[in-house]
Ligand binder design. Structure first.
Ligand code: WQD
Length: 344
């Protein structure tokens, strides 16, 4: 019997990682999770097994610990890697830059050293649209020049992309793609997995659904005097299920490619921008809930508007987003309602 290709998913118990584990398994791969559960929960493993109806192999290890991670490579013959494991809170990265540089860069270096040692030649890296900063021209293409990072978090993603490019130039015999996510939102349609922000959510959607659930008093709209359709910030919100499907397509793109050394980057968005007020109005429209919100001051570090050109991913990855804002907001709301005490 043909064995499924084993794909190591670092950070596989996290928000995008867990949804990608579902997509990988349903595409016939054997996902193997490596996660230290520092920003996720082991309960996600059981939820994944519930969704997939089969056991999911996982290793609770720190991605920065090369000795511990090497044991996984020795035990499992890994065919490909999707590297999500990283710290990802923009605000926190400003307060704790060393923690972010240490964790996000060293975890990638560990993976790259083991990729070389064990001859794994397909790597998909989780990057971010944050590296574009506030682009002069939108939609942004992959050729849009990245601006100086507005946060240590964004800078770690830029540095990691440069490291990946240099490794490929060194003819290490590895093929790598960096996927630049725009704003992932929503949850799996089963409401068994979703975003699990620890503490006060920094991101819009989890904060909004906690207000709608009565767990928080009011949503503050950060800024309403921007030069946008209604004065509030515009982002490219992409359903996490579409985003996770793109990771499978990225792996298949690497498998199709016949070269020995390849590096490429892809924007993963919907190609459309939505303002904060449009999100609020859509949520109220589909749920019938009146959200308690107030128009407040701008949040330092926010960019005014960004959304993706997705032509490259559509043609090379044979992928495009298919779920809309309303579906993502409804899935996010159903997930919020499924959380027993509202938070986890
Ligand atoms: C979206 C919009 C806020 C909260 C971040 C990271 C980025 C990526 C996606 C990892 C902004 C507004 C928010 C609130 C609000 N993550 N907002 N009230 O900042 O676009 O991107 O998440 O890769 O790297 O930077 O997402 O959800 O924080 O904000 O008005 O209570 O919602 O001002 O305009 P952001 P966000």
């Amino acid at each position: 019997m043909l064995h499924s290709k084993k794909v190591l998913v670092t950070g596989g118990a996290g928000y995008i990682g867990s949804h990608t584990v579902v997509a990988l398994s349903q595409a016939g791969y054997e996902p193997i999770i490596l996660d230290n559960f520092s920003n996720s929960s082991a309960t996600v493993i059981a939820a994944l097994e519930d969704i997939l109806g089969k056991p999911i192999k996982y290793y609770q290890k720190d991605c920065c610990d090369i000795k511990a991670v090497r044991e996984v490579f020795v035990k499992e013959s890994i065919d490909g890697i999707i590297h999500f494991a990283a710290s990802k809170a923009v605000g926190e990265s400003v307060e704790k830059p060393l923690q972010y540089y240490d964790n996000n860069i060293n975890s990638l270096l560990v993976i790259l050293k083991l990729v070389k040692e064990f001859g794994v030649n397909h790597l998909v890296f989780s990057s971010s649209c944050t590296i574009y900063g506030q682009p002069e021209k939108i939609p942004v293409t992959e050729e849009t020049v990245s601006q100086p990072a507005a946060s240590p978090y964004g800078n770690t993603k830029k540095i990691c992309e440069d490291i990946l490019k240099d490794v490929v130039v060194s003819k290490a015999g590895v093929k790598i793609v960096s996927l630049r996510y725009f704003n992932p939102i929503g949850a799996h349609s089963s409401s068994k997995i979703g975003e699990l922000p620890i503490g006060t959510p920094g991101n819009l959607i989890p904060y909004l659904t906690q207000v709608a659930a009565g767990l928080r008093d009011k949503l503050t709209v950060f800024g309403h005097d921007y030069n946008t359709i209604d004065g509030t910030c515009v982002r490219d919100y992409i359903h996490v299920t579409d985003l996770s499907d793109a990771h499978v397509k990225a792996l298949q793109f690497l498998e199709r490619d016949q070269t020995t050394d390849l590096y490429d980057v892809f924007n993963l968005g919907t190609g459309a921008g939505t303002s904060v007020m449009e999100i609020i109005n859509s949520f109220e429209g589909i749920t019938g809930i009146t959200l308690n919100y107030a128009l407040g001051d701008r949040r330092p570090g926010d960019i005014e508007q960004i959304y993706a050109s997705v032509d490259k991913a559509r043609s090379a990855l044979r992928w495009q987003a298919s779920l809309g804002i309303n579906e993502a907001l409804m899935d996010a709301w159903n997930w919020q309602k499924s959380l027993t005490n509202g938070y986890e």
